[in-house]
Design a protein around this ligand. Sequence first.
Ligand SMILES: [Zn+2]
Ligand SMILES: [Zn+2]
Length: 362
Amino acid sequence: MTVMNNLSFILNRSHDVEFAERPIPKLSSPYNVLVGIDYTGICGSDVHYWDHGAIGHFVVRDPMVLGHESAGTVVEVGSEVETLKPGDRVALEPGYPCRRCEDCLAGHYNLCHKMVFAATPPHDGTLTGFWSAPHDFCYKLPDHVSRREGALIEPLAVAVHIARQGQITPGASVVVMGAGPVGLLCAAVSKAFGASKVVSIDIVQSKLDFARGFAATHTYLYQRIPAEDNAQAIIAKCGLGKGADVVIDASGAESSIQASLHVVRMGGVYVQGGMGKADITFPIMGLCQKEVTAKGSFRYGAGDFKLAVELVANGKVNIKQLITRVVPFEQAEEAFKAAKGGDVIKILIAGPNEGVGEFLKA
Ligand SMILES: [Zn+2]
Ligand SMILES: [Zn+2]
C-alpha cells in the first residue's frame, strides 16, 4: 500500500507520546535521498528517552520523533546522487557528522562534536514516514537481504565497532558480558572475526539459552557473588586458562565491568560497549598490573555499516533470529512497553507506509 503521508511517533515528554503528521522532508542537498521508512527497531536508548525523558545531559525539551534503527526504500534522489535510485532498499546510518572537523578528517567521525544523530535531542528520529539523508549514509541491501534485516544493521554496526576496538584475531577467546541485542551481536561478530571461544554471560538463563543457539560456544549464568568469584568461575567453567584474550562489556553493570578486569588475561584487551551508571568502582589495579588495553566504543565509524551489511549478506550473522515481533505503526507505544518489559529481543515497528501491508500478510 502506498500512502504518501508522514505520520510520526513523537515523544512529548516521558511517557507522553502522540502520533502526528509532520511535513514530508525536502531534499536539502543534491547529495541527499528521500527514503520511505519500512521498518524500525526499538533500541534501549529509545526506551530510555520514552521512560525517563533524558539520557544523561541529553534531555527531551521539545517534542521529538523517536527511533534510529531503520531500513526503507528510496523514493527520490538528489541530482548529484549516482549510487542509489528510487526503489533501492537501504539500511540507514542515522548519525550525520560535519565531515570538516579534526575528528571527521582523521576518520573518527563518530567522535564529531557536531554530530546530528536521530532521536537524540534536539534531533528527530526515524519513526516517521519519510527520511531525508545523505546518500553515502544509506547502505543498499543486496536482493536476498530483507528490509526487516536491514533495520537490524544499526545495532550490528555497533557490535562491529566494538569488535574492531577489541582487535579480535583468529583463534582468540572472547568473553561478552550481557546477552541483550548488542551483547548477542558482539558474540556473533567475534565469531565471524575468527574467535574460537565465545562466552556469553548474563543474569537471565533464558537469554543464555538463546545466546547458545545464536553464537556463543559457552555461557555462564552470572551469580550474586563478588565479581572476582564470578570471574574465577567463568575462567574455570569455560576453560579460559590464564584468562580471556578479549573481554567486551555490553551490559554497563558495575559488577560485570569489575568481573571483566578479573577475567581478561595478562596483556589482554577490555572494551566498554555498554552504558549504565556514569560512575562506578573500577578495579584499576588489575588494569595496571595486567597491562590491559582498555578501550571505549561509541556508536560506529568508517566502514562499520558496510561490514555489517556484508556479514548479514554472506550469512556470517543470522540477524533474522533476533526479531521477536513485528507490529504495525499504530502499535508503536505498545511496542515500547513490550521492549521495556524485557521478554523480547527486538521488536520492529512497520511503516507507517508500505511495511504495514507486508505485516498483515506475514
Ligand atoms: Zn540503537
Ligand atoms: Zn566533524
